[in-house]
Design a protein around this ligand. Structure first.
Ligand code: TXA
Ligand code: MG
Length: 324
């Protein structure tokens, strides 16, 4: 696949990184706010621009699985297997930190999160730049991750030196993070690579955090949150709950479950939840931003079944509905 951005843009972005600047970069999951991973001052600026506590580590994006040994001190057999199977792709591997990675990028940890993104523009940039790009999602701390270049500009404005436009993100939720420091990998965050795919690759079941056991509100720190408050109810109660809140004077946005497609709802705005979880993941963050733009103060949604990408979607919705 050929990159979408003009080659002049790739060179410009690589120049910005070399000069210690920050670049908004497309990946297949969400847009990142990138800095030269080996430049502690640039990395510090990422934390400052995001408003993120310096103890929250960043993901270092690299150009290929063949570079793993440059950035990780130790690569267990299982990690190598996962890298070979899923890279480039929406999988992040946590490994022992190699000497090349400054502590600034890992929040002082002795481990580093590494990922090869499956986006032609990101891969072109990594090849042109040559080093690692430390990049969290390009949103302010705690808000919704951006899935278009415009989202990045709206979210960060002049705080980012250059935004590479690679079109809308095709996966739409962040990467799956796997702690692969030992021979028994564990999932730290569900994401674009599904549990089912990981289990198939490993040939055994994986310990994955599910959201079903923590349906009680109050246990989740708010994250991925739009301005509007998010309320989660059973799918069959979405319409009644939305209309009740609208009646009470809220400006309600509704995530209408696929089973109710076409049902008229007395609400401020309605978005249709796609049938397939891959389509849903792709539009999820855009929907949250759109309902904010339309001035909704309350969003009523339900959790999808936690299979395939439904697990990551449920995780993001659950967190968006967490206490502020
Ligand atoms: O899809 C993605 O992963 C996107 C794109 C831009 O690559 N990036 C992303 O980054 O979601 P961010 O910073 O929003 O989330 C990274 C997560 C954080 O929750 C962080 O705590 C975790 O990765 N993380 C990073 N390094 C870690 C480490 N050494 N050990 C455990 N968790 C780590
Ligand atoms: Mg993030």
């Amino acid at each position: 696949m050929r990159a979408l951005a003009p080659s002049g843009d790739i060179e410009k972005a690589a120049g910005v990184l070399r000069a210690g600047g920050l670049v908004g970069l497309p990946t297949e999951t969400v847009y990142g706010l990138g800095a030269n991973a080996e430049d502690p001052a640039a990395v510090a600026r990422v934390f400052q621009v995001k408003g993120r506590p310096p103890s929250h580590p960043l993901i270092v994006h690299i150009g290929g699985a063949d570079q793993l040994g440059d950035w990780a001190a130790d690569v267990p057999e299982t990690a190598r297997l996962l890298a070979e199977r899923f890279w480039p792709g929406p999988l992040t591997l946590v490994l022992r930190r190699g000497d090349r990675v400054p502590l600034a990028a890992t929040g002082g940890l002795d481990t580093v999160a590494l990922r090869v993104p499956a986006h032609p523009v990101a891969l072109d940039l990594l090849a042109e730049f040559g080093g690692g790009v430390a990049a969290p999602s390009a949103n302010r701390f705690g808000s919704v991750s951006p899935t278009t270049a415009d989202d990045v500009r709206t979210e960060l404005g002049d705080a980012v030196d250059f935004v590479l436009d690679g079109g809308p993100c095709q996966v739409g939720v962040e990467s799956t993070i796997v702690d692969a420091t030992g021979e028994n990998p564990t999932v730290l965050r569900p994401g674009g690579v599904t549990r089912e795919d990981l289990e198939e690759a490993l040939g055994r079941p994986l310990d994955v955090p599910t959201t079903s056991k923590v349906r009680v509100p109050g246990q989740h720190p708010s994250h991925y949150a739009p301005n509007a408050r998010v309320v989660l109810v059973e799918p069959e109660k979405v319409v009644a709950e939305a209309e009740r809140a609208q009646e009470l004077g809220h400006r309600v946005g509704v995530f209408l479950p696929p089973a109710l497609a076409g049902t008229p709802v007395q609400a401020h705005a309605v978005v249709p939840v796609p049938e397939s979880t891959a389509d849903y993941a792709r539009v999820l963050f855009g929907y949250l931003r759109e309902l904010d733009r339309q001035g909704c103060d309350l969003i009523v949604a339900s959790l999808p079944a936690e299979a395939e990408l439904g697990l990551a979607i449920a995780n993001r919705l659950q967190r968006a509905a967490g206490p502020r």
